[in-house]
Structure formats: structure tokens, C-alpha cells
Design a protein around this ligand. Structure first.
Ligand SMILES: NC(=O)c1ccc[n+]([C@@H]2O[C@H](COP(=O)([O-])OP(=O)(O)OC[C@H]3O[C@@H](n4cnc5c(N)ncnc54)[C@H](O)[C@@H]3O)[C@@H](O)[C@H]2O)c1
Ligand SMILES: O=C(O)C(=O)C[C@@H](O)[C@H](O)[C@H](O)COP(=O)(O)O
Ligand SMILES: [Zn+2]
Length: 366
């Protein structure tokens, strides 16, 4: 018999005119919530997962099969290797072979790479079917699975193909984090710290209060850090699902981060790259006279305290600059960066000159 779930918090994500509202549930044993999110007409369910989550996918399959659903499990490559056109095509093939219709439902189980591709497959199959996100990393819980940004990479860069397609629900089962390797855990903490700098500085206080605890699911503030970060993301995407303005703040640190990830052929974790990207953005803010020294310095201290990197090789600047031109915030010949005017005060820096960019990079260069 299935054990009843324990929901400790519910965060509403707000439904623009084009989309329905949905909830992010935080708690434990939350797989029991899946049937209630499938919708009345679903007959088939496709559970998309990477190898490390095969046990969870199998549990979902067995529970739903017991309720009379036809369930297929679709294993995709682990981590960033899942975010490719080939993997999306493989998922489409499996859906087609199973007779997957518009009323059927995809469940994406795994880290952010898996929920990104599962959401993208849901956005594109039959021009859009319902999907449920079951994030199993910190990063996917606090960021990737919330907000409906789905996508894959191309040879030219990160997340260059995708769609805005919000899930019907997000289930953040904190017990999943017990098996997460520490480097993957800490990668997610970078996005938590991002949420602190752009919107909720209490997050920074909690991390600084116990940096060792911030690296662990058993930390004193773990549940609060996760919930606060989800609330930041939920509030921002509720205001601006399609990133026509305020949502750009969630891209803090990401212009350089995505260039680093591509340059490293995705062997760097996303959060590690975002950490270096935020140090760079803080230096852009400082050098352009917008950000006070204390807040700029706080980036280095809080990121370093949890073990995130602050530097990248200086001789890679030309290559990184080239990669940054495919950033989605760029407009024509103008690069645009999210910077801070202070803690919780994000702003856009339009078209900084090359000398400013390279001066900021010099301060990041190893
Ligand atoms: N869509 C968005 O808004 C958004 C936001 C932030 C990041 N992202 C994307 O998310 C991706 C990064 O996500 P991530 O950090 O979760 O990485 P990931 O998905 O690569 O997962 C990291 C590793 O942890 C493993 N794993 C996952 N859950 C586990 C568990 N409970 N126990 C043991 N191992 C587990 C995975 O299989 C993988 O090997 C990037 O592709 C990034 O671009 C998207
Ligand atoms: O949700 C958003 O919007 C974000 O920018 C969140 C980021 O943390 C995330 O990495 C996102 O995938 C980046 O989006 P992109 O549009 O720059 O590809
Ligand atoms: Zn990110």
C-alpha cells in the first residue's frame, strides 16, 4: 500500500493569461501526489528519467500501473547529455510507438537536465501535452523544474532550442536529496545564492550562518533555503512567464556561465559556472559604479564558503566572449547583463563596452 505523502509547504505559481496556475509541493513521500495531477482524461503516462533515478521511475510505473494506467518508462542519458535533439527525438519515437495522445501525461524525474528535456518533449509532442516535474536535485527543485522554461542544447550553445511550457505540478521530495552527491548538491546552492542576491537577502544570511550546513540536506536551514528560493522563482515567473522583462533577473550570472559550460563541453556543473558568472556580474556592477564594494565582496565570500569556484582561466576570455553572443538577452549587436544596484535590486546593464567587460573578467581570471 502506498504511504501517504507529507506536504510541508505549497507554493502557488501564478498562471499568466495563457497558462493555468499550478503548485510546487515541498515535503516527503510525494510520489503519491502524482495520480491527482494526471487529469481526468489521461490513460497513458511516460516517465522520463536518467539511469540514477531508475528505482524512482519504476516505483512510479508500478503505482500507476496498479491504478490502471498504461505506463512506459523512457530512460535518457544522464545529466547534460540528455539535453540534445537526438534524445528528444528518441523520446518522441517512444511516445509515438506507445500511441501517446493529447490527454496523456509525461512525468520528468531527475535533475534539471532531465526536467528540461522532459518538459521540452512535453511542449513539442502533439504541440503540447501535460507534464509533471519530479525534481530530485536541489537545483531542479529551486530553479529548473519551476517556471516552465524547457529546452535542449545545440552545437552552438546552451539551451538554444526550447519552449515555455509550465508543468501541471512540481513535487519536491526532500528525501531524494539524501542520495545526491555533494558536488551536485552544492551546484544547486549556487542558484539558491542567486535567489538571495537578486531578491531575498535573508537567504544569504542563512547560508552565512552555517556554510557547512548549506552544503548538506541535514543542514539547519535546508528546508527554509529551498522554500525561500522556490518562492523567489515562483514570484518572478508568475509575473513574467515568457521573459519579456522581470524574468531576466533569474539569469543573473548566466551570460558568462553558459559560455563557460559550453567551453568546458558541459563537464562543469551548471551551478559552478553560475558561481563564476555571478562573481563576474558583481565586478561588472562594481566597475560600472552601481554596486557597493561590500555587496560585491559578499559574492566571493558566500560562494567560497560553500565551496563554489570564483575563477576561470584568464586565457579563455576571447573564446568566452565569442560564446556570449548567443545569449538570449543579447539584442542585435548589444550584449545585455543582469547586474545589481544592491542586494535584492537587479537591473539590466545594456551594451557594456569591451574594456569594461574585459576589466571585470580580469578580476575573475585565475
Ligand atoms: N529550466 C530552467 O529554468 C533551469 C534552471 C536552472 C538550471 N537549468 C538546467 O538544469 C541543469 C542542471 O541541473 P542539475 O544540477 O539538477 O544537474 P543534472 O540534472 O545533471 O543532475 C546532476 C546529477 O545528479 C544525478 N541525480 C539527480 N538526482 C539524484 C538523486 N536524488 N540522487 C543521486 N543522484 C541524483 C543526476 O542523475 C546527475 O548525474 C542544467 O542543464 C541547467 O541548464 C534549467
Ligand atoms: O528561469 C529562468 O528564466 C532562468 O534564467 C533560470 C536559470 O537559472 C536557468 O539556468 C535557465 O535555464 C537559463 O535560461 P536561458 O534562457 O538563459 O537559457
Ligand atoms: Zn541556472
Amino acid at each position: 500500500m502506498a504511504v501517504a505523502g507529507l506536504v510541508t509547504a505549497r507554493v502557488q505559481v501564478g498562471g499568466s493569461p495563457a497558462t493555468d496556475p499550478y503548485e510546487v509541493l515541498i515535503g516527503r513521500q510525494l510520489l503519491t501526489e502524482i495520480p491527482g495531477l494526471l487529469g481526468p482524461a489521461a490513460r497513458r503516462v511516460a516517465v522520463i528519467h536518467p539511469a540514477p533515478l531508475v528505482g524512482t521511475a519504476e516505483r512510479i510505473r508500478a503505482d500507476l500501473a496498479g491504478l490502471g494506467y498504461e505506463v512506459i518508462t523512457v530512460q535518457v542519458p544522464d545529466a547534460e547529455a540528455a539535453k540534445s535533439a537526438e534524445v528528444a527525438a528518441y523520446c518522441w519515437q517512444r511516445l509515438g510507438q506507445s500511441g501517446f495522445t493529447r490527454t496523456d501525461v509525461i512525468v520528468g524525474v531527475g535533475g534539471g537536465a532531465t526536467t528540461d528535456v522532459a518538459g521540452f518533449v512535453a511542449a513539442t509532442w502533439l504541440r503540447g501535452v501535460r507534464w509533471i516535474a519530479v525534481p530530485t536535485t536541489v537545483l531542479a527543485m529551486v530553479d529548473a523544474a519551476v517556471g516552465g522554461k524547457t529546452g535542449i542544447n545545440t552545437a552552438e550553445g546552451k539551451n538554444l532550442v526550447g519552449a515555455f511550457h509550465p508543468p501541471a505540478g512540481v513535487l519536491c521530495d526532500l528525501s531524494a536529496l539524501d542520495s545526491l552527491p555533494v558536488d551536485d548538491y552544492v551546484s544547486g546552492v549556487a542558484e539558491i545564492i542567486k535567489a538571495g542576491f537578486i531578491s531575498d537577502p535573508v537567504i544569504l544570511d542563512r547560508v552565512e550562518d552555517c556554510p557547512a550546513g548549506a552544503r548538506s540536506p541535514a543542514g539547519p536551514h535546508t528546508a527554509e533555503l529551498i522554500e525561500r528560493s522556490i518562492r523567489v522563482k515562483a514570484r518572478v515567473v508568475s509575473d513574467d512567464l515568457r521573459e519579456s522583462g522581470p524574468r531576466e533577473m533569474l539569469n543573473y550570472g548566466h551570460t558568462l556561465a553558459h559560455a563557460i559550460e559550453k567551453n568546458e563541453r558541459y563537464t562543469w556543473r551548471h551551478g559552478a559556472a553560475v558561481s563564476v558568472g555571478m562573481v563576474f556580474a558583481s565586478e561588472l556592477g562594481r566597475l560600472s559604479g552601481r554596486l557597493d564594494h561590500a555587496t560585491a565582496d559578499r559574492h566571493r565570500s558566500v560562494l567560497e564558503s560553500v565551496g563554489l569556484p570564483l575563477t576561470y582561466p584568464g586565457d579563455q576570455w576571447a573564446e568566452l566572449l565569442r560564446c556570449m553572443w548567443v545569449d538570449k538577452k543579447a539584442r542585435g549587436k548589444i550584449l545585455r547583463f543582469i547586474v545589481l544596484d544592491g542586494p535584492g535590486r537587479p537591473a539590466v546593464l545594456e551594451g557594456p563596452g569591451l574594456s569594461l567587460l574585459s576589466a571585470a573578467y580580469t578580476r575573475v581570471a585565475a
